[in-house]
Design a protein around this ligand. Structure first.
Ligand code: SF4
Ligand code: SF4
Length: 338
């Protein structure tokens, strides 16, 4: 347990080198980019270990499933390359430490996981969730810890994630509906990559919502609105789930408008870059996203990740675009007040 399953031979025989070729941030050209992932795999130093902004996208770009971003994170820590100022790192590591202040509802074998995101306590209600609520878990004890990839600290994840798995097991939970992509990515991508056993069936909340909307189709009032969608970095760990957002929109009568930063070409919301002290880049990423959304002609911008929502929401309101979480949007289509 704990060793990353990264196959250097896949890189040796790689013809596309998409991981770094498609990266918007490390700025390597042609042949040099092709060699860099091999250097990292062999434990050599690389500029990528200093310039990667942790957008997770290369996990999606590598079609061979070879986990280039997990490798970058591992090697950064091994080489003592800090990407976040030490005091901030320490503060965040303490924040995720289990302290016994978790909350659980009336648990059943299938449960919702709020992870460690308090916003879900306010959003998750109504008809959409009535067949599973009040079965839920919330708190550091159920926090997947994948966020520490943004801090270049896989050791924290490897130490805490097996304990989180045990916490679910001890409660007799067999199916976990993850309300954040990061948790789903932890259980379906990161844990297997590091040989950590997952003792339950992870379900992405988009799968759950789609099923519920089908069951509730007689109650849906098509919204007839145009929306833009802000894809979060964490959804790069489970690309097929990302595309379910389109099916959700169709089932509630919502038109998804085209934007430049869509699907594989999504652009980071900038928040993690701010944590890394790259304030100018954070501003630039936020400005580019907002201009793109405004230009798309959307009335609403739909968020999947609460942190992207917090980063961009208030700025979008100033530009006349209403921010909304996808759960709130679905509840609106069911005639509920949000
Ligand atoms: S990580 Fe994937 S895309 Fe990158 S060089 Fe290796 S096999 Fe190719
Ligand atoms: S995580 Fe993002 S910034 Fe880092 S190498 Fe991969 S694609 Fe580039």
């Amino acid at each position: 347990m704990g060793e990353l399953r990264f196959n250097e031979n896949l890189c040796l025989n790689c013809t596309t080198f998409d991981c770094l070729k498609k990266c918007k941030f490390v700025k390597l050209n042609g042949a040099k980019g092709n060699l860099e992932m091999l250097k990292i795999a062999r434990g050599e130093d690389s500029t990528v270990l200093r310039t990667c902004i942790t957008c997770y996208a290369c996990e999606e770009y590598c079609e061979k499933g070879n986990h280039p971003f997990y490798l970058i994170s591992e090697k950064r820590e091994e080489k003592g390359i800090d990407i976040v100022p030490r005091p901030i790192l320490k503060q965040w590591i303490n924040l995720g430490e289990p302290v016994g202040r978790y909350k659980v509802g009336e648990l059943r074998e299938k449960t919702l996981s709020f992870g460690f995101v308090p916003e879900f306590l306010q959003w998750v209600k109504g008809k959409l969730f009535e067949d599973v609520m009040p079965s839920y878990v919330f708190g550091q004890e159920f926090f997947c810890n994948v966020a520490y990839l943004h801090f270049g600290r896989t050791s924290v994840i490897k130490q805490r994630l097996p304990i989180v798995m045990d916490n679910f097991s001890k409660l007799g939970i067999k199916e976990v509906i993850c309300l954040h992509d990061e948790c789903y990515g932890a259980f379906t991508s990161l844990a297997p990559a590091f040989g950590i056993e997952v003792p339950f069936k992870p379900i992405h909340y988009y799968e759950y919502i789609l099923k519920r909307l089908e069951q509730l189709k007689d109650k849906i009032r098509p919204l007839n609105i145009k929306v833009a969608y802000q894809r979060p970095c964490s959804s790069r760990l489970s690309p097929p789930m990302h595309y379910l957002a389109r099916e959700i929109f169709t089932s509630i009568g919502v038109e998804l408008v085209d934007r430049v930063y869509q699907d594989e070409n999504a652009l980071c919301c900038g928040e993690v870059v701010r944590l890394q002290g790259l304030y100018d880049l954070a501003e630039e990423l936020q400005r580019e996203n907002i201009e793109d959304i405004v230009k798309s002609g959307a009335e609403y911008c739909v968020f999947n990740c609460p942190y992207c929502y917090a980063a961009l929401g208030h700025k979008l309101i100033k530009k006349g675009v209403k921010p909304i979480h996808i759960i709130e949007l679905c509840r609106m289509a069911l005639g509920e007040e949000v």
